[in-house]
Write a protein that binds this ligand. Structure first.
Ligand SMILES: [Zn+2]
Length: 165
């Protein structure tokens, strides 16, 4: 089922997320499938549960166009980040049309649980690292609007997404 995507200023994007416990409950397994369908339909490259109005500590990385099979991160934490940073233009499905430069560590190591509850460790310094950091930010109620160095596109949409109303 395709789920509606929460957009700013929706408060759910700023709500604390709940840890995922294993074995996964039926409704979480269903949510994984729904998130897959939703990100595909939205033409996204990642989706965090709060973006589909679920305050749960889980996110989907969907970089199939870069040849990476889709994978889930449950309770992810960044355990290592490089001093070297890179500035890359990012957008967000929760703020469509707005793009800006975001500075982040180039290389990170993430620890998370997989679908079976097994702890996995992932290290990357390319797109996967980028998208994982963006999604983990969502799980910690941080949005790119908090991090923009400058806006490259869609500045006129900012009033629409403003949380100060
Ligand atoms: Zn986002």
């Amino acid at each position: 089922m395709i789920l509606p995507i929460a957009k700013l200023p929706s408060k759910v994007l700023r709500k604390e997320t709940e840890e995922i416990v294993f074995p996964l409950k039926k409704d979480i397994k269903r949510l994984v499938l729904d998130m897959l369908e939703t990100v595909k339909k939205a033409d996204g490259i990642g989706l965090a549960a709060p973006q589909v109005s679920k305050s749960l500590n889980m996110a989907l990385i969907y970089l199939t166009e870069s040849g990476v099979p889709p994978f889930m991160l449950f309770n992810p934490r960044i355990i290592k980040a490089s001093k070297q940073t890179v500035e890359i233009e990012e957008g967000c499905l929760s703020m469509p049309g707005v793009f800006g430069l975001v500075e982040r560590p180039k290389k990170i190591t993430v620890e998370a649980e997989d679908l079976e509850g097994k702890t996995i460790t992932l290290t990357d310094d390319g797109w996967i690292a980028r998208v994982m950091q963006h999604e983990i930010d969502h799980l910690n109620q941080t949005l790119i609007i908090d991090k923009f160095k400058n806006i490259t596109k869609g500045e006129e949409l900012l009033t629409k997404y403003s949380e100060k109303k």
